[in-house]
Ligand binder design. Structure first.
Ligand SMILES: [Zn+2]
Ligand SMILES: [Zn+2]
Length: 247
């Protein structure tokens, strides 16, 4: 009985998307690379902390799915008129930058953005203020491991009120969708994730109910990358380490 409840909770932490042939781990907002080793490694770590029979059962279930090689999973197609596709629900939503001159310049790092503009378009940072060749945007990537990251620009349905109104009649709420992509749920709703260090440190209570923008605001740094290049390099490296560790 208790096993059944736990199993049902575990099953709510991911969705299999047959049209893309990917395993989207909605609990962490990323897709898991195919293969029992990659699944086991990921699921043993916090916040999942799975082991024993539930882990074995989950891996056996995943093995029944047809999964695509991450390098060929296609990004969502643009909407009519070339507008960016809407964000994939359940996948992490990231703040990033988009180059206005070419489709290759997608990044989350202001320094990488400036480097791209200077190398690919011979534009110096000082020129950005007068004629910016980039804009801030929302990015997603199916896979978070460094070598598998392929960003695509997405739009939020909530930024399109008229569309939202049309589809509200069909019972879809854009605010809900945005919130679902963004809010950090209390870990209590995922029994699989209730593990001791989260309880003891109180992290779960601190984060519960906050959205990602609020969390980010609590530790975000000044935006002027030029004044502290070393600091930004350290942050970039840490970001890579965490992405790698959590994929
Ligand atoms: Zn995870
Ligand atoms: Zn460019």
């Amino acid at each position: 009985m208790a096993d059944d409840i736990e199993w049902r909770a575990v099953q709510q932490t991911f969705v299999y998307k047959p049209e893309l042939q990917v395993l989207l781990y909605t609990a962490c907002g990323l897709c898991l690379r195919p293969g029992p080793q990659s699944w086991t490694r990921h699921l043993r770590q916090p916040p999942h902390g799975l082991g024993g029979a539930p882990l074995k059962r989950l891996v056996e279930l995943f093995q029944t799915y047809r999964l695509q090689d991450p390098s060929v999973v296609a990004a969502p197609s643009p909407r009519s008129g070339g507008a960016p596709p809407f964000a994939v629900p359940g996948l992490r939503l990231l703040d990033g930058f988009e180059c206005l001159a070419c489709p290759a310049g997608l990044t989350r790092n202001p320094q990488a953005r400036d480097l791209h503009l200077s190398r690919a378009h011979q534009q110096k940072p000082a020129q950005h203020k007068k004629t910016p060749l980039w804009r801030a945007c929302k990015l997603q990537t199916y896979f978070a491991e460094n070598r598998l990251i392929r960003y695509f620009v997405v739009a939020l349905k909530s930024d399109h009120p008229r569309l939202a109104e049309d589809e509200a009649n069909q019972g879809i709420s854009y605010e809900e969708e945005k919130a679902a992509t963004n809010i950090v749920y209390g870990f209590g709703s995922h029994r699989s994730a209730v593990i001791l260090w989260l309880q003891r440190t109180g992290i779960k209570d601190c984060l519960k109910g906050l959205d990602k923008e609020q969390i980010q605001a609590s530790f975000s740094l000044f935006k002027d990358a030029d004044s502290k290049p070393e600091l930004f390099l350290i942050l970039e490296v840490m970001d890579k380490i965490f992405s790698e560790a959590h994929s």
